[in-house]
Ligand binder design. Structure first.
Ligand SMILES: Cc1ncc(COP(=O)(O)O)c(C=O)c1O
Length: 358
């Protein structure tokens, strides 16, 4: 009998969230970002759930694109980091993947590969300073591409990425947007793509021709000050386990490594079969919420590799075998992330292979 520790994946929630992204995108089309194993949900499962919704999928690297093809997905697939070698470029051409070109060496590989990719994007660095050509480099890059036989005709458009779209008070997104529009002004009519999830929630902006929602598809919040639920998103993953031991701590007794928490009064306490070896964050301290038998409970002490402890004062009748939700519909992953000093992205992608996705 396996441990009762699972990540339940709600495929209807994925469809709901994609449709919301698509509505917010207006006239733009939304390519579903399914990198990092579908943000930890299982890339094949996620893509199959969205196959009738999304016209295109986006991944980071060729291995993820190949995993999608292996899962039976025949849609266009964009490689957001592009090729990592000349061999990758050849594999993109043969398998029909669309790489992003962000550096001159990728243009060299494309032009010298002797194979033609079905489509490709050119990345523009508008201020994120991670990947992409600076605006002043674009004319030379585009000249090389457009003068190469057969290559110009499969150019999909220009892409950029926002650094601060999650911060409503920041004007950096509008600045990046202006830099982008002016950088590509010499190539009118080409498709543009800039919006990550957060940009879908910024009012009064054109989202160009293609958006690239990731985290919102999984029901977690892209915004720094709002949860996914507050944005109308439905959590896709429920991380759940069970109580495997229950005891009452006496005043002065502690639980777990480091004895970091001590009972002030007799305290019913439960041990849950999940820990950082499963991807539950070790930095989630005392006070982090979980959900048992219809009530919120709080973590106490340090998270161990395979277990954590909860204060059962709000559910004194809880017993071994009772189900525990670590995050899901009743405790948002965004809330747990805040307690752990991180973001929902890291928690969702960090659930380890030991946890079956069901
Ligand atoms: C280039 C690019 N586009 C889109 C996304 C999706 O972003 P988000 O998950 O915030 O929607 C990412 C994710 O990091 C990305 O790197």
């Amino acid at each position: 009998m396996p441990r009762h520790t699972f990540a339940r994946i709600d495929e209807q929630a994925l469809v709901h969230n994609y449709r919301l992204a698509s509505r917010l995108a207006g006239d733009a089309r939304a390519m579903a970002v399914v990198k990092a194993d579908g943000y930890g949900h299982g890339i094949g499962r996620v893509a199959r759930a969205l196959v009738d919704e999304a016209p295109c999928f986006a991944v980071a690297c060729i291995e993820e694109a190949e995993a999608l093809r292996g899962a039976g997905i025949t849609h266009p697939i964009v490689l957001l980091e592009g090729a990592h070698s000349a061999e990758d470029t050849r594999r993109c051409a043969l398998a029909g993947f669309s790489p992003v070109l962000h550096s001159g060496y990728q243009v060299d590989w494309l032009l010298s590969s002797g194979h033609n990719v079905p489509a490709f994007w050119v990345k523009v660095n508008t201020g994120m300073n991670r990947l992409g050509f600076r605006p002043e480099e674009l004319p030379a890059v585009m000249e090389r591409i457009q003068s190469a036989p057969g290559i110009g005709s499969v150019f999909s458009g220009f892409m950029t990425h926002f650094a601060c779209a999650d911060e409503m008070g920041s004007d950096s997104t509008e600045r990046q947007r202006d830099v982008f529009v002016s950088a590509v002004a010499d190539w009118p009519g080409e498709a543009l793509s800039a919006a990550n999830s957060a940009a879908h929630f910024r009012k009064g902006q054109s989202l160009f021709q293609w958006t690239r929602p990731g985290i919102m598809l999984y029901g977690a919040s892209p915004m720094s000050n709002q949860t996914g639920l507050e944005l109308g998103l439905v959590p896709v993953m429920t991380l759940e386990s069970e109580l495997i031991a229950v005891r009452t701590l006496r005043p002065g007794e502690s639980v777990g490594y480091g004895e970091t928490w001590q009972a002030q009064k007799p305290t019913p306490m439960g041990i849950v079969a999940i820990g950082y070896g499963d991807g539950y964050p070790r930095h989630a301290g005392t006070g982090t919420p979980a959900f048992i038998n219809g009530q919120r409970v709080q973590l106490i002490g340090r998270v161990s590799m395979d277990m954590l402890a909860v204060d059962l004062s709000t559910v004194p009748d809880a017993r071994p075998g009772d189900r525990v939700e670590l995050w899901g519909a009743n405790v948002s992953v965004d809330e747990v992330a805040r307690h752990a000093g991180t973001i929902g992205y890291e928690l969702l992608t960090g659930v380890t292979a030991r946890v079956p996705r069901v």
